[in-house]
Design a protein around this ligand. Structure first.
Ligand code: GDP
Ligand code: IMO
Ligand code: MG
Length: 422
């Protein structure tokens, strides 16, 4: 069987958690392949709301095995907090959660370095979630990192102490930051002990054997394609490959194993943290999108910046991911608007283009907004489970302009608030 992929086509928070949870029961395995606790994937099941940071969003489907792949960076403290919430909700996970031995560990000092590096950047700060993501991936590529597999080795303490020492000397270069290392370290070491008792596996063998046995695998992306370390709005990006190619590195599977690539986009656009955002709205309309979309970060609680959907940006991420179908989320948030905007061209020095330039921060870049009639219906969808006509023609328009099928339209946070289109 192939590995299908679900990933975000914008700057994150497209609703990946909800869609992975919905589709997961068609799969045997759901695997996270990159990112770490910077992610916040929300799943709403009835009255219960869960926010997952490290655990794959297939965990609520009893027959699904969940893998935290080698491309993920893991903070044992965050992981344990997530597991405690699953325990509280009586969600069994012990026999269905696997952690790749080659996944790297986020140390408390990685979080200190993240905070120090952001503070030193001043006005240029990235707006990181401060979860230690950048410094951990730096140690990975710098060949200094600690991995899950190391916690089973007798020299783990020595390795940990050596890396911590290195971090503390680096921290000497930065302004003072407020951090209680002693307490954090105690909590971290205790959490490492618990992680040792979980199912730590050689993820690449685990996933490839499952594929050989004919099992269906779904890879769950974190962040969004515009935050990709290579193709995002650098340097305002995260430190991993969030795009389809990241699935191969992050799970240990070959490119020809990739099946459907399901790209998720909101019916508008948001971004949290710093960096360029061509379709951003600074007016009342932006504030309305923020209010109706309840746009606050699931990990940090920060308000998300809001704007209209950006077609050149989506054409770009559809291209680099090889998207075969799309999911359009939060269409219901547009219920409140008389007219709905889409940015269909950028204007750079008087010339229009639908390509994303090398640097989206350049002076002289503006965007052209086209407006479509709103549907102004309170109902999220009609009683027959179909969209109002005007909403349906808006979806058809997006499908045409992006030249990609929209297979699911999501119209609310609940599991069943969506329409599958034939
Ligand atoms: P993720 O990081 O991509 O998983 O997305 P987040 O969980 O960070 O943010 C998406 C937010 O939108 C969450 O609060 C979801 O519960 C919510 N949500 C998802 N789909 C829909 C939808 O179709 N309509 C509305 N109104 N909310 C949605
Ligand atoms: P999910 O998976 C939205 C953003 C941060 C910051 C930049 C770098 O929930 O979609 P980092 O902590 O990686 O150093 O932050 O990336 N960012 C996200 N924005 N959703 C996310 O994840 C994000 N993960 C990181 O706000 O601008
Ligand atoms: Mg999120």
């Amino acid at each position: 069987m192939a590995v299908d992929v679900i990933l975000g086509l914008q700057w994150g928070d497209e609703g990946k958690g909800k869609i992975v949870d919905f589709l997961a029961d068609k799969y045997d395995l759901v695997c996270r392949f990159q990112g770490g606790p910077n992610a916040g994937h929300t799943i709403k099941i009835g009255e219960d709301k869960y926010v997952l940071h490290t655990v794959p969003s297939g965990i609520f489907r009893p027959n699904v095995q969940n893998v935290i792949g080698n491309g993920v960076v893991i903070d044992p403290i965050t992981l344990l907090k997530e597991l405690a919430k699953l325990d509280q909700a009586n969600i069994p996970y012990r026999d269905r959660l696997y952690i790749a031995n080659k996944a790297h560990l986020i140390l408390p000092t990685h979080r200190m370095l993240d905070a120090a590096s952001e503070a030193a950047k001043g006005k240029e700060k990235i707006g990181s979630t401060l979860k230690g993501i950048g410094p951990t991936y730096m140690d990975k590529t710098g060949r200094n990192g600690l991995r899950i597999g190391d916690i089973h080795q007798s020299n783990f303490s020595e390795k940990y102490e050596a890396l911590k020492k290195k971090h503390l000397s680096l921290l000497g270069l930065y302004p003072e930051i407020d951090f209680d290392l002693e307490t954090q370290e105690k909590e971290w070491l205790a959490a490492v002990e618990t992680v040792r008792g979980l199912k730590n596996v050689d993820g690449e063998y685990f996933v490839n054997k499952a594929l050989k046995e004919g099992k269906a695998v779904l890879a769950e992306g974190a962040q969004g394609s515009m935050l990709d370390i290579d193709f995002g709005t650098y340097p305002f990006v995260t430190s991993s490959n969030t795009i389809t190619s990241g699935v191969c590195n992050g799970l240990g599977i070959a490119p020809q194993q990739i099946g459907e690539v399901i790209g998720i986009t909101k019916a508008y656009c948001t971004r949290v943290g710093s960096g360029p955002f061509p379709s951003e709205l600074f007016d009342e309309t932006g504030a309305e999108l923020q209010k109706h979309g309840m746009e606050f970060g699931a990990t940090t609680g920060r308000p998300r910046r809001c704007g209209w959907i950006d077609i050149p940006q989506l054409k770009y991420t559809i291209m680099i991911n090889g998207v075969t179908q799309m999911v359009l989320t939060k269409l219901d948030v547009l219920n409140f608007f008389d007219k709905i905007g889409t940015v269909e061209q950028y204007i750079i020095d008087g010339k229009t283009t639908d390509e994303v330039p090398y640097d989206l921060c350049i002076d002289g870049l503006t965007s052209e907004v086209n407006y479509y009639e709103g549907w102004k219906k309170d109902a999220h969808m009609t009683d027959e489970g179909v969209l109002p006509d005007t909403a349906a023609s808006y979806v058809n328009h997006l499908e045409q302009i992006l030249d990609t099928k929209i297979s699911i339209v999501s119209v609310g946070p609940e599991r069943d608030q969506l329409i599958t289109r034939s």
